[in-house]
Design a protein around this ligand. Structure first.
Ligand SMILES: *Cc1c(COP(=O)(O)O)cnc(C)c1O
Length: 389
């Protein structure tokens, strides 16, 4: 079964993996199994499900599909991306070191610093996201290297294969938060990563209507994480699992439109002389990670960051003047969003740390949706225009 689905194309897997007709009723679409428990024939004699924290058929379908899309042996679904991250960190013990690039999702940084550091894990960061930067901070007690690529919000591109090799040479695992790229654009397990983590809240769900997370990887690594999933209990309910599963079916075509819109917008923004100081998008040939992104990704993604020349004031103007781009946290939905990392997604990072990392008050992040390009460009054009201020 697994081999058969692995040989199929991405979209076919997204629509069919784990989603055979319902054995009980023939329902073509995986039903929402809204049940906490499952009736047994005799004690221990059941159809594979006992209690929905331990396993639920809707969630199982999602987990199978996620594994097929990332080409991992097993997938596990969680109640949020951070619940998935917590489950990965549960593999480690006090005294173990985790190495990460400093351009990191704010919630992951907060989890490492405020929950796991007091618990005994020792996070270390590199400001240099090249393999050499990681080589400098990895030590003999490093057990995990944690990366995102492209990073949030500066869209740096990290070399997954090279960093995997470094981690393995040190006896550590490499986990990749693949939320920004999605498996359609990049499959870290094929490049040597050991674990892939997702906030399914973003591109995988794709419609800004559900919060969820996932971990995908080899069966031997997933087994203790599956134990933790059941023991700690941060599982998604069947309706949430179903929403993510429905989102996955259109992931490929959504990503194609996200990428096309973002590529055009980034090129347009880079041409704007007034007000725009710098455009961060891996698809721009001027982006330092452009060549690596070409090798490692199918396309360049739907996220753009822009540094405005006018700092906080210019950012505030843009953020309050767009009409189609909603001022909101999150990303990866069909609707375009605009956000201010310094005061929103990355507010949990102390200001001096943030500033040193380039996440200053003039930085604005765009999650480019799948609306019509001309309308998105017109919206940014009117919001950036000088009139009236
Ligand atoms: C949103 C996000 C998370 C956290 O996911 P939640 O579903 O909000 O818990 C982790 N990593 C990245 C890159 C994210 O964008």
């Amino acid at each position: 079964m697994a081999n058969e689905s692995r040989a199929q194309g991405f979209s076919t897997r997204a629509i069919h993996a784990g989603q055979a007709a319902d054995p009980a009723t023939g329902a073509t679409v995986v039903p929402i199994y809204a049940t906490s428990t499952f009736t047994q024939e005799a004690p221990g004699e059941h159809k594979g499900f006992e209690y929905s924290r331990s396993g639920n058929p809707t969630r199982a379908a999602l987990e199978t599909c996620l594994a097929a899309l990332e080409e991992g042996e097993q997938g596990l679904a969680f109640a949020s991306g951070l619940a998935a991250t917590t489950a990965v960190l549960s593999l480690f013990r006090p005294g173990d070191e985790v190495v990460a690039a400093s351009d990191l999702y704010g919630g992951t940084y907060r989890l490492l610093e405020r929950v796991f550091r007091p618990w005994g894990l020792a996070p270390r960061y590199t400001d240099d996201p090249r393999p050499e930067g990681f080589a400098r901070v990895i030590t003999p007690v490093t057990r995990l290297v944690w990366i995102e690529t492209p990073t949030n919000p500066l869209l740096q591109v990290l070399d997954i294969a090279a960093i995997a090799e470094l981690a393995h040479r040190a006896g550590a695992l490499l986990a990749v938060d693949n939320t920004f790229a999605s498996p359609y654009l990049q499959q870290p397990l094929r490049l040597g990563a050991d674990l892939v983590v997702h906030s399914t809240t973003k591109y995988l769900g794709g419609h800004s209507d559900v919060v969820g997370g996932a971990v995908i990887g080899r069966r031997d690594l997933l087994e203790p994480i599956r134990f933790y999933q059941n023991a700690a209990g941060a599982v998604p309910g069947p309706f949430d699992a179903w929403l993510v599963l429905r989102g996955l079916k259109t992931l490929a075509i959504r990503m194609e439109r996200h990428c096309a819109n973002a590529a055009h917008l980034a090129a347009w923004l880079a041409e704007q002389r007034a007000g725009v100081e710098r455009v961060y998008y891996p698809g721009l040939p001027s982006h330092p990670g452009h060549d690596l992104a070409r090798r490692q990704m199918r396309d360049f993604g739907g996220m753009i960051s822009v540094r405005l020349a006018g700092g906080a004031e210019a950012a505030r103007r843009l953020l309050t003047r767009t009409r189609l781009f909603s001022l909101a946290e999150s990303l990866g939905g069909v609707e375009s969003l605009i956000s201010h990392p310094a005061t929103m997604t990355h507010a949990s990072i102390p200001a001096e740390v943030r500033g040193a990392r380039g996440i200053d008050d003039g930085l604005v992040r765009l999650s480019v949706g799948v609306e019509d390009y001309d309308d998105l460009r017109d919206d940014l054009q009117q919001a950036l225009a000088d009139g009236g201020s």
